[in-house]
Design a protein around this ligand. Structure first.
Ligand SMILES: Cc1cc2nc3c(=O)[nH]c(=O)nc-3n(C[C@H](O)[C@H](O)[C@H](O)COP(=O)(O)O)c2cc1C
Length: 340
């Protein structure tokens, strides 16, 4: 059987050896609150590259200190962060995987002691601080921080950049009518709510000509939140601006639990792919090779993002290959175990 899951995928100037992406996952492992890469990060990402993921995406990495989700997040707001991130790239590339980094800013979902910012001064819930409404100057400064983060990501050797526009973090706070109550040209209409992301993409493109992904929350699970029509508008605009792939997640905008089940977000990747005619990534309770193969063969998405299953098994691609009954290349050191 010729599998899609283990077929290469070229996006812009990058060819991935298969369709398996290690989904971004915060590891909260910076114990010194300075954003620096620790030995744990290198081991963690390199292990999944040994396990034959085609693309390793480094966790949400903050473009400003006040944009960290927690004090233990990785940072990319300083030139000094580049060296540690380079080490992750070197370690991962040795095993034939490509690398990506997710650039993030938590906005009102920053669990920090310092002042936090959002498009509107509405707290996420009573456990979070009330953010300060961003001035136009603060907005420009933050877009510049995303640009500088992208420039440093390039210096660190990443193959792909993903902007974190999902899960109710800053970019998503601008996109969503639930969190963006502004009356200036960054709020109100769908077009205006898209402006912050649009300007961020343009700023990033000035320093980055590689492949660019954006993760979005395609369902906000609230009648007053973004609808599929809004999502298709955002996706079509991103395509027009040269974004290469939309990574379709959901939720996190407001504090409600969501009903999850195998493949619970796949229909979003499918709709965005069909209606905005752009490559998509599917994520969310995809745990088996057969499930991943179904999604790809039925042209519902182009890449499969695996998160928690990779925390259980760094060799998840081997497990998926066994389920599909195919042989895949093994890490040279492990051939006797994988081929016997
Ligand atoms: C420990 C952990 C940390 C996560 N951190 C991030 C993150 O930094 N950025 C992000 O976009 N999603 C993050 N996620 C969400 C995952 O990338 C993924 O979308 C979600 O877990 C659903 O996929 P799964 O069912 O394969 O785990 C995180 C998930 C987990 C379990």
């Amino acid at each position: 059987m010729t599998t899609q899951l283990f077929s290469p995928f070229t996006i812009k100037n990058v060819t991935l050896k298969n369709r398996i992406v290690m989904s971004p996952m915060c590891m909260y492992s910076v114990d010194t609150e300075d954003g620096f890469v620790k030995p744990f990060h290198i081991t963690h990402y390199e292990s999944r590259a040994v396990g034959q993921a085609g693309l390793i995406m480094v966790e949400s990495t903050s473009v400003t200190p006040e944009g960290r989700i927690s004090p233990n997040d990785l940072g990319i707001w300083d030139e000094k962060h580049v060296e540690g991130l380079q080490k992750i790239n070197q370690a991962v590339h040795v095993h034939g995987a490509k690398t990506a980094i997710q650039l993030g800013h938590a906005g009102r979902k920053a669990a920090l002691k310092e002042e936090i910012f959002s498009p509107s001064a509405i707290a996420f819930n009573d456990k979070y601080q009330t953010p300060t409404e961003m001035t136009e100057e603060k907005i420009k400064e933050t877009i510049h921080a995303f640009q500088q983060g992208a420039r440093r990501a390039k210096e660190a050797g990443f193959d792909i950049i993903e902007l974190h526009g999902a899960h109710g973090y800053l970019i998503n706070q601008f996109l969503s009518p639930l969190t963006n109550k502004r009356t200036d040209h960054y709020g109100g209409s769908t077009e205006n709510r898209y402006r912050f992301l649009s300007e961020t993409i343009e700023a990033v493109k000035e320093v980055w000509d590689g492949a660019l992904f954006v993760r979005i929350s395609a369902n906000e699970y609230d009648d007053n939140g973004n609808k599929m029509d809004d999502i298709i508008y955002f996706a079509s605009e991103m395509k027009r601006q040269g974004v290469d792939l939309i990574d379709c997640s959901s939720g996190g905008v407001i504090p409600i639990g969501i009903n999850t089940y195998p493949g619970y977000q796949v229909t979003y990747a499918e709709k965005v792919r069909q209606q905005a005619n752009i490559a998509t990534g599917a994520v969310g309770l995809i745990t088996s090779g057969l499930q991943a193969e179904e999604i790809l063969q039925n042209e519902r998405a182009d890449l499969i993002f695996i998160a928690r299953a990779f925390l259980r098994n760094p060799y998840w691609p081997k497990q998926a290959a066994d389920e599909l009954g195919v042989d895949i290349e093994s890490p040279v050191q492990y051939t006797r175990g994988w081929r016997s």
